[in-house]
Design a protein around this ligand. Structure first.
Ligand code: 6PG
Length: 265
């Protein structure tokens, strides 16, 4: 259990270097998974924070691209058409998957063409089928943190936090915009991933980060504080988001300072 709660925190000077550090880690996990098991599965979140990660993946040189061995899933989705600007998959497709000519049959997304509850059950069935018999689900889950401490579309105080054995549920009433129904992995499903990679940047996340990673944390009311993972939960923060943490948190310039606890792959 300790392993699942093992946390690793890296503070970078700014949002760009934090995003690059997270991208570098995702690629490291991907190459290790592909070399070891022949494929890499990753669950994506939405919002603004992962945009530079998607752009960096799209900019990879041909020699670093191993897309035929990647499978992209979703950690959550807004219940809007994919061409809606609020769509999480739409964002990943615009910034990364389409320009990279990512193999379409390696994208396993939440359908929003049926009502949210049906979409949740259909996506759960796909996940359970894809990972049937496997000791874990995604090799990596890329997660953000809302200013209220939500992650994926798991919001504080929501009934979805008691997933009741489900891997995917509908969240009809998200606490923060966009105010559209959501479909989200549950904490149980997130706990089955191998590595959770949080990327959190910006001063508006300072309080939530302090309540998750600070001396008074982790505050269990915050879904972001309750994420566990088989091989550990890793946090890539910029200085602004980490400003509420006790000093000195080492600020690692890209490549200059080794991580606090070099993550295993
Ligand atoms: C979503 C995201 C959500 C996001 C956080 C942070 O669908 O909204 O999955 O969990 O990660 O809200 O959002 P920002 O990156 O926009 O701050």
């Amino acid at each position: 259990m300790v392993e699942r709660l093992r946390r690793y925190v890296q503070v970078l000077p700014d949002a760009a270097t934090a995003a690059q550090a997270a991208t570098d880690r995702i690629l490291q996990l991907a190459n290790a998974a592909i070399d070891r098991r022949g494929l890499f599965s990753v669950g994506l979140s939405g919002g603004r924070t992962p945009e530079p990660v998607f752009r960096a993946l799209a900019a990879l040189p041909d020699g670093a691209r191993r897309w035929p061995s990647w499978y992209v899933f979703q950690c959550d989705e807004r219940w809007v058409p994919e061409d809606d600007a609020r769509s999480n998959l739409g964002l990943a497709r615009r910034l990364w998957l389409a320009p990279s000519e990512f193999p379409e049959d390696h994208v396993r997304s939440v359908t929003t063409r049926v009502p949210p509850e049906a979409a949740a059950r259909r996506y759960e069935g796909e996940l359970r089928g894809f990972f049937a018999g496997a000791p874990a689900t995604f090799d990596a889950a890329v997660l953000g943190l809302g200013p209220d401490g939500h992650t994926a579309s798991l919001f504080p105080g929501s009934a979805t936090l008691d997933g009741g054995g489900r891997w995917v549920v509908a969240e009809p009433h998200p606490a923060l915009p966009p105010d559209v129904p959501r479909v989200t992995l549950t904490l149980e499903a997130l706990g089955r991933v191998r590595t959770a990679v949080f990327l959190v940047t910006g001063p508006e996340k300072r309080e939530a980060v302090a309540r998750v990673l600070g001396p008074d944390g982790p505050v269990p009311a915050l879904p972001g504080a309750r994420v566990t993972a088989q091989d550990g939960v890793e946090w890539y923060l910029d200085r602004d988001a980490a400003a509420g943490l006790p000093a000195p948190m080492p600020t690692a310039d890209r490549g200059a300072t080794p991580p606090l606890n070099p993550p295993r792959t």
